[in-house]
Every structure is written in structure tokens, then in C-alpha cells.
Design a protein around this ligand. Structure first.
Ligand code: HEC
Length: 242
């Protein structure tokens, strides 16, 4: 069983990646990656997803593999951004429980300014440690105010992905309607917070449909709009950053 899983998992991952790449062209180029420390700890950086032309703050998703049951820090330009315990990834089969020997983990991080960055992943497990360092850059883009970004990008996405249900006078439309003006939509985004994109992508249980692929371009756009709504973001505040 173990060997079948070991063969399948990378294959599924590969197929997943290929399928995703065809719809999501927006990968950030990683200039250079190096690791130092204990090579018996699995630690790697896959894609960095961000939308090249996001007009303003952009959600960047780092795809990594980590050692299980390790403490892992993600640092940007030397500053600690997030620290997690990687835990375990196990599948309970009828007779046995099979645990992966590496953990796939996505790190979504909002970037409010473009430029060159250095990413460091530091994994520590008992007495072992390993550090990965990578250089990448986020394009500097002109900012677009939220009402315009809503009309031009978000509303068409919602119409396409959510419009079959979130319209008219039904239950779904009491949460939001794809015809909402930005002021109404901004309230819905603040009320729902991250469940706004985690429910329709299946990351949060209970929503009847899963039209969104986790971490995809549409998913990231909705996350960016929630972030903007929660902060009443206006481009003027960010002029020095963009
Ligand atoms: C197949 C129909 C359908 C589609 C497509 C759909 N929804 Fe929903 N959604 C519902 C219904 C019905 C509810 C009403 C309450 C419930 O049953 O959870 C709901 C509730 C919600 C809620 C609040 C409850 C929760 O689970 O957090 C959010 C947020 C939400 N939808 C977001 C979206 C977004 C964003 C999209 C598009 C990306 C979308 N939905 C697409 C049917 C749908």
C-alpha cells in the first residue's frame, strides 16, 4: 500500500500542477534557490503564484514541501512573516493509517508593494534544521481603486462563477448578489471575511458548490478584495508603495 501511495502522490501532484498551469499563467519567476543544513529534512519551494498585473496589493501564494512535525518559519527580507507547526498529513485506510513523509503547504501572503524580495524558509525538527533561500520579484503596478477593480474584474468573475445561485431573491442572494454595487459588496466581504472565498473553494465546509479552485487567480482576486474591504483600502495611501 505504501509504495502505491508513494507512486501516486507525486503523479497526482504533477497532474494537478499541469492542469492548473493551463488556466493560471501567473507565476512569479524564482531567480535562485539554495538550501543549507540537514539534507535529510525535505524542504522545497515549488511555484510562487501571483497575478502579474494585479493593480494594487497582491496575494502571493508560496507552494512548499516541508518536513512533518517540524516548526517552520517563513521570512521575507529577513523579517518573520509566519511561523507554523507543519503537523502530519495522514490517510486513514481500512486497515492502516499512512502518513506522508513530506507535507505540502501553501502560504498565502499579501504584498502591498512590488520589488525584489528574498524568501527564507527555516525548518527545525528536534536537533535538525534546514534553511531554504530564494530570490524573486513582484512587479510594480499602478494601483486601481476598489470600485473600478470590482466592476472590471471581480463582478465578471462572480457573475461567471457564482451567478447561477447568488442572484434573485433566494437564500444565496441574501448573502450577496452578483448585481450588488460595490458599497453593498464591500459590506458582504467584511461580514464574511475569509469565508467569502474559502467556502466556495471547499476550504471551509458547508457550502453546496465549489466553483473556485483553491489558490487560483480568481481565488486570489477574491482574497485581495476581502483584504481591501476590511481595510477600506484606497490607492492614495499606497502611492509610495506602488
Ligand atoms: C450552486 C449554487 C451556488 C454557487 C455556484 C455558489 N453559491 Fe454560495 N451559496 C449558495 C447557497 C444556496 C448559499 C446559502 C446558504 C447556504 O446554504 O450555505 C450560499 C452561501 C454562500 C456564502 C455564505 C455561507 C458560507 O458558506 O460561508 C458565501 C460566502 C458564498 N455562498 C460565496 C459564494 C461565492 C463567492 C461563489 C462564487 C465563487 C458562490 N458562493 C457560488 C449556493 C451557491
Amino acid at each position: 500500500m505504501r509504495s502505491v501511495l508513494a507512486l501516486c502522490a507525486p503523479l497526482l501532484l504533477l497532474l494537478g500542477c499541469l492542469a492548473e498551469q493551463s488556466t493560471d499563467q501567473n507565476q512569479t519567476v524564482i531567480v535562485e534557490t539554495e538550501t543549507e543544513g540537514d539534507t535529510s529534512l525535505p524542504l522545497s519551494l515549488g511555484q510562487i503564484r501571483s497575478t502579474a498585473n494585479t493593480p494594487g496589493p497582491t496575494l502571493v501564494v508560496f507552494e512548499t514541501t516541508l518536513p512533518p512535525e517540524a516548526s517552520v518559519q517563513l521570512r521575507l527580507n529577513g523579517n518573520l512573516e509566519q511561523q507554523i507547526e507543519s503537523g502530519t498529513q495522514c490517510q486513514v485506510l481500512p486497515a492502516v493509517t499512512v502518513c506522508e513523509d513530506q507535507i505540502n503547504r501553501q502560504w498565502p501572503i499579501m504584498f502591498t508593494s512590488g520589488g525584489d524580495y528574498e524568501l527564507q524558509l527555516v525548518a527545525e525538527k528536534a536537533a535538525q534544521s534546514r534553511t531554504l533561500t530564494a530570490q524573486f520579484s513582484i512587479p510594480e503596478n499602478a494601483c486601481m481603486e476598489s470600485p473600478q477593480l470590482y466592476q472590471e474584474r471581480m463582478q465578471p468573475t462572480l457573475q461567471q462563477q457564482c451567478g447561477s445561485c447568488h442572484i434573485g431573491g433566494n437564500n444565496a442572494a441574501s448573502v450577496f448578489s452578483v448585481n450588488d454595487a460595490w458599497s453593498q459588496m464591500a459590506n458582504a466581504l467584511v461580514n464574511r471575511g475569509e469565508t467569502f472565498y474559502q467556502s466556495p473553494s471547499g476550504q471551509n465546509p458547508g457550502h453546496s458548490a465549489r466553483p473556485l479552485t483553491p489558490w487560483s487567480e480568481d481565488y486570489r482576486l477574491l482574497a485581495e478584495m476581502v483584504w481591501r474591504a476590511e481595510r477600506r483600502f484606497e490607492c492614495i495611501n499606497q502611492q509610495s508603495a506602488f
